[in-house]
Write a protein that binds this ligand. Sequence first.
Ligand code: AMP
Length: 315
Amino acid sequence: MRHAPFFPFDCLILFIPLASPLGKLLTARRLLRMHIFETVELLQKHLSTLRADGHTIGFAPTMGALHEGHLALIKMANAAGHKAVASIFVNPTQFNDPKDLEKYPRMPERDAELLKDAGCEVLFMPPVQEVYPPGKDLTIQLDFGTLAQVMEGRFRPGHFSGMATVVHRLLDIVHPDALFMGQKDYQQLSIVRDMLRQIPSLIQLVMCPTLREPDGLAMSSRNMRLTPAMRANAPVIYETLLSSQKAFKTRLANFVEKEALDQLAAAGLRPEYFEIVDGVTLQPVHHYADAPLIVACTAAFAGEIRLIDNLVLKG
Ligand code: AMP
């Protein structure tokens, strides 16, 4: 096992059986340190031991630069009775803008501390070649149809193919019982749900509600890159979603969307889309009565930072 240098004595715990009185005491007092793995082989060895001890695995894949929204996934996995496993992997194949990939915030040591304090059992932090071994093409060839073509798919070509490939690969490595993902990335979640249906897989997909800052801005790793002026403007995204929720009860989607785009632009943001869609098919709806589950989804630039958010309008 390779350990990050800030957990120099992690390996000691391997010699204390969890079921022994000392092991139980350490676990109860949360004195056990989190296990960190960089290789698939060692991760899988440890997960096998957990399974052999009768534990189930709740998995939360992330790209790091963690915030309370990510930690909520870990807490939900624990609350559901699983051993929580997180991954931190900034997946190069889902960035269509190389500058965005390069500037994506990376702070592994801070992230590991946060995960440990949130009750994470295992952190998988693989280098690129562990996820994509050279010479092997692990790209999945699933067709997500229109789910992947609308909204984010329209503005970020190739993004969902890269995302689905890495989630598929990580699931293949971790073999979790449950997968914890945020509502914040609603379209991503819809595509992963479709992927699990197509594979097919018994993994339970759990959607965790979006965690927000006190002023309503959805927590995001990208928020830390906002200038103070843009940070001050950004809560308008949530305000716009809330206004649309109210307006859509009596008005047609086209009008509500146009108003929302105007509201975002008036606050100094550059919206890419604001769409009111069927929460299952992600196809546009026109009227409140058109579907049982309706979601408003939006993406807007605050300066050079692209932010996304969504709100369930009905359902
Ligand atoms: P990311 O690191 O941005 O790829 O996100 C990893 C996971 O955390 C995804 O399932 C996201 O949907 C989820 N997530 C990100 N932001 C939030 C948030 N504000 N609230 C809840 N979940 C979130």
